[in-house]
Design a binder for this molecule. Structure first.
Ligand code: EPZ
Length: 428
């Protein structure tokens, strides 16, 4: 397993141009299964999760070519409806292939996605929504099989605004017969991006980002229903929205090292909570439509309380990175993780680097320290691993972050970007 060797103490300075959002490109690639003509997805980051999704699409019969930042998918023939176990295990978010495959082939089979480092991550909300659209679902502890001769629009009230479930249900409903109302859906910007992609391919989806998404299924207009293999949607060219979590991570890197950064091709309007908290911690932040400038203070200030919430609340995917920041801020801070039940795994590593953090259930109490020292630490999940790298950039001396395959899932050449910004980090 690769590791990062970091010599801390360098202030970051410079520009970084963002790529497309990991959590935007993954559902959109899954949605190409609904299309019968070529799709061109632009501004795709080269991440291991994206490579896995491309492999899954190929295993289903799609032809996929990836040149530079653009992925071209031709899903004219989708002749498989089983997700290969080894690929499913590699990336649990293949779950949102359920909706599209059910709509395209009338059936889908996959191994139970199972939990991961940050929590159990059940898929009950996905399955109950698909049942309401007409799917029959058989489950055993190992496998899930869904079948639907016909998908029919329904009103689905979500008990929790699950991002993946919202995306799955939008994609299945887009191909159903009749109208679907999804009440209390997730409102993340990636949901709106998926809506725009689906509509560009001939679907009729409205309301993403609000409390109700209305989908007029094209099922009635389709020659043959699911299972006929005919694709319900056409193709399109679509540019993925910028990655707001990659953006937040690099802003935090500049903030924790007392440096400065300019982000290009960003969408500051989708980052209100992250930017507000960085200002609260003492950073100077300036934005225009697509750029963000941040200058760090000499010493970061503590933030009394942060709670992760569904969008537009503070994003859970920025919690770990912010916790690292606050270990060096003057005073007491508190972070409560309300979305996942086990997302403080990076705290062990921070404690070994001299941080003062006490975790009590879903809340971490942080007392700022004057400095951290380097240590050997392990990445256990994507954002927790990134948080340990941030701490290493600021720590005195050498830090080794092991198991960085977790980090490769969500950051495209992190060490190259950080070295270009003045850090001393090497991949071994
Ligand atoms: C998406 O995961 C993101 N992944 C996650 O990003 C992100 O943390 C999460 O949304 C929340 O914003 C992708 O988009 C590929 P959820 P997802 O369904 O869809 C519970 C990263 O670091 N839940 O909104 O799996 C679940 O257990 C990753 O980039 C159910 O109980 O998130 C969790 O506690 C990590 N039943 C909470 O909801 C369900 O059927 C949020 O899950 C579904 C979810």
């Amino acid at each position: 397993m690769d590791s990062y060797h970091i010599t801390g103490g360098e202030k970051l300075a410079g520009d970084h141009r963002l790529k497309g959002a990991k959590n935007g490109v993954l559902p959109i690639l899954a949605a190409t299964v609904l299309t019968g003509e070529p799709c061109e997805i632009c501004s795709c980051p080269s991440l291991s999760d994206v490579h896995t999704m491309v492999e899954i699409l190929r295993s289903l019969g799609c032809s996929v070519t990836w040149d530079e930042d653009n992925i071209r998918v031709d899903a004219k023939t989708v002749d498989q409806w089983e997700i290969p176990e080894r690929l499913m295990k590699g990336m649990r978010s293949s779950v949102f292939l359920m909706g599209p495959l059910l709509a395209r082939c009338g059936q889908v089979a996959m191994t139970q996605p199972g939990g991961c480092a940050i929590g159990d991550r059940p898929i009950d909300i996905h399955l109950s929504g698909l049942r309401m659209l007409g799917a029959e679902i058989e489950e055993d502890p190992h496998r899930i099989v869904c079948r639907a001769r016909r998908l029919t629009g329904a009103t689905i009230r979500m008990e929790f605004p699950s991002v993946g479930a919202t995306e799955n249900l939008m994609m299945a409903a887009a191909a159903a017969c009749g109208e679907t109302h999804i009440i209390h859906p997730a409102r993340e910007p990636e949901i709106e991006d998926l809506q725009n992609f689906l509509n560009a391919c001939g679907a009729q989806v409205a309301g993403a980002g609000t409390g109700e998404i209305v989908i007029c299924g094209v099922g009635d207009r389709r020659a043959a229903g699911p299972g006929s293999g005919t694709a319900p949607l056409s193709g399109c060219v679509h540019r993925v929205i910028p990655d707001r979590i990659e953006a937040g991570t690099y802003l935090a890197a500049a903030a924790i090292t007392g440096g400065e950064i300019r982000l290009l091709d960003s969408a500051p309007s989708q980052m209100a909570q992250t930017l507000a908290r960085l200002k609260e911690a003492g950073c100077r932040v300036k934005v225009d439509k697509t750029s963000i400038w941040l200058t760090a203070p000499r010493r970061l200030r503590s933030v009394r309380e942060i709670k992760t919430l569904p969008y537009p609340g503070f994003p859970t995917d920025m919690q770990s990175q912010f916790l690292s920041l606050l270990t060096l801020a003057e005073g007491e801070s508190k972070i409560t993780e309300t979305i996942f039940e086990n997302r403080f795994k990076h705290v062990d590593g921070l404690l070994r680097m001299g941080a003062d953090v006490a975790v009590d259930g879903r809340t971490a109490h942080i007392t700022g320290v004057a400095g951290l020292h380097g240590a050997r630490v392990q990445a256990e999940d994507l954002r927790g691993g990134a948080a340990l790298v941030l701490a290493g950039l600021a720590a005195e001396g050498e830090t080794v972050v092991e198991n960085i395959c977790h980090i490769d899932r969500g950051y495209d050449k992190l060490e190259v970007v950080l070295n270009d910004l003045g850090a001393k980090i090497e991949r071994i």
